[in-house]
Design a protein around this ligand. Structure first.
Ligand code: FES
Length: 209
């Protein structure tokens, strides 16, 4: 009869089984850990890259100066082009009214400087190369190549039920008209849409530099 090799009192075959079983256990644990890590949200509520749930009281009045929200790196605007004033109006190529609430990313679409609201001129202005934008983020003057980018926005009630979401038209989040029962808005800074390239507003006014 052939002798069976043994290691520490167990056969060679049993030893290999144990090694194989241990390897599978380690692989399964690593795989499970990776899956859990992928499923966990990358950013917490209230952290840039994640969501921000804010009371509607924070919103500015219609066509009033925007609300700065530094933690989320966005401006909140509330616009209605059917009630024009020096901050917001309807341009010749805008066929439908622009109405509702939007969260606008605070980074200039030219080379990424932080622009600001310039109250004296009733518009956003970039200090780096002079791009200018209307209250809703549309370009007034270049060199910015496009309208300001926006974040996804939802209207919520007191129980965090979603009442309405920003419509995405040609890949860009439209301003959202809030249903009357809205008490909160949720902005997802992990879901940003690039602004469209549109005719400069200064071209309509024949006032481009
Ligand atoms: S980065 Fe704003 S105009 Fe150049």
């Amino acid at each position: 009869m052939a002798a069976t090799a043994s290691v520490g009192g167990i056969s060679r075959r049993e030893f290999l089984y144990y090694i194989w079983g241990a390897s599978m256990a380690v692989f399964t644990a690593e795989f499970t850990g990776l899956m859990v890590w992928f499923m966990l949200p990358r950013f917490r509520e209230g952290e840039f890259g994640g969501t921000f749930t804010l009371p509607v009281d924070l919103l500015p009045d219609i066509n009033a100066e925007p609300t700065d929200y530094p933690d989320g790196r966005f401006w909140l605007v509330n616009v209605d082009s059917t009630q024009p004033n020096e901050l917001m109006w309807q341009a010749e190529d805008e066929e439908t009214p622009i109405q509702g609430v939007a969260a606008i990313y605070k980074v200039c679409t030219h080379l990424g400087c932080i622009y600001a609201w310039t109250a004296a001129n009733s518009r956003f202005e970039c200090p780096c190369h002079g791009s200018k934008y209307r209250l809703d983020g549309r370009r007034i003057e270049s060199p910015a190549p496009r309208t300001l980018d926006r974040f996804n926005l939802e209207a919520l009630d007191d129980n965090d039920n979603v009442l309405a979401s920003a419509e995405e038209l040609d890949g860009f989040f439209q301003a959202l008209i809030l249903p009357s029962s809205t008490t909160q808005i949720r902005i997802d800074t992990g879901d940003k849409a690039d602004g469209p390239s549109q005719t400069l507003l200064c071209q309509f006014a024949s006032a481009c530099p």
